[in-house]
Write a protein that binds this ligand. Structure first.
Ligand code: DC
Length: 230
């Protein structure tokens, strides 16, 4: 039986995470939140004091080993958001902070660390199917995917959404700081030499700047249903 794969790539704050989870529930497919894996590696390297010396050969070797052996778990129980564990510690909230987002973005720019995470991500492809959320799901991890979607939105609308999310978590944030962070991260993600953020040639591109979740979901399911029926 073919494992069906749907990839959702795009910049942070485009609504990818929410939509990928909704699609996984709709199609009863597994879910890969690849950004969480980069965040977990970033956090782990920070804890090992390796994050600021990745230009050192020995430190990089050690980091590669940590990436290969990263002890992580995603636990989903009915009605609860997925809980994320690093070395058996629940880090669900910690990995969502801006700070850990920065750690992840650093890690994501390093080719050997991306390679070390390749098989771990591929292993999420299990029957009946997978929704894979990330930056390079279609372009490097699952090029064979049946349905490839690239979800984007203007930096301003993404910053507004992110501020609302952080405020809902009780954090006091300024939109100008968040916008600057988003622009810096976009630049780093798009300009890196390895697996830069860009749509696959055969991706369906959706701009969600002026669309709500339900509108985007409808566009996606119409496209996916047509692709999976082929
Ligand atoms: O989607 P996110 O914000 O959780 O991702 C965190 C960082 O990891 C972001 O800077 C981009 C990077 N990333 C990546 O390079 N490749 C992926 N497949 C997923 C995330």
């Amino acid at each position: 039986m073919t494992i069906q794969i749907i990839t959702i790539d795009g910049p942070s704050g485009s609504g990818k995470g929410t939509l990928a989870a909704k699609l996984a529930a709709h199609y009863q497919f597994h879910l890969l939140d690849s950004g969480a894996i980069y965040r977990l590696l970033g956090l782990s390297l920070h804890k090992h004091n390796l994050l600021d010396c990745l230009d050192d050969v020995e430190a990089l070797k050690q980091s590669e080993k940590i990436a290969t052996n990263l002890d992580i778990k995603f636990v989903t129980e009915a009605a609860l958001a997925t809980q994320v564990f690093l070395d058996d510690e629940n880090v669900t909230e910690t990995i969502r902070t801006e700070r850990v987002g920065e750690f992840a973005s650093k890690v994501a720019a390093i080719p050997v660390l991306r390679s070390a995470l390749f098989e771990r991500q591929r292993a999420f492809a299990q029957a009946p199917g997978l929704v894979a959320d990330g930056r390079d799901m279609a372009t490097s991890i699952f090029p064979e995917a049946q349905a490839k979607i690239y979800l984007t939105a203007s930096a301003e609308s993404r910053a507004e959404r992110r501020v609302k999310q952080l405020q809902a978590m009780g954090l006091d944030v300024k939109i100008s700081d968040i916008l600057a962070n988003i622009q810096a991260r976009d630049k780093r993600d798009m300009e890196r030499t390895v697996a830069p953020l860009k749509p696959a040639q055969d991706a369906y591109i959706i701009d969600s700047s002026t669309l709500n979740i339900d509108e985007v979901f409808k566009l996606m399911t119409d496209f996916i249903d047509a692709q999976l029926a082929k």
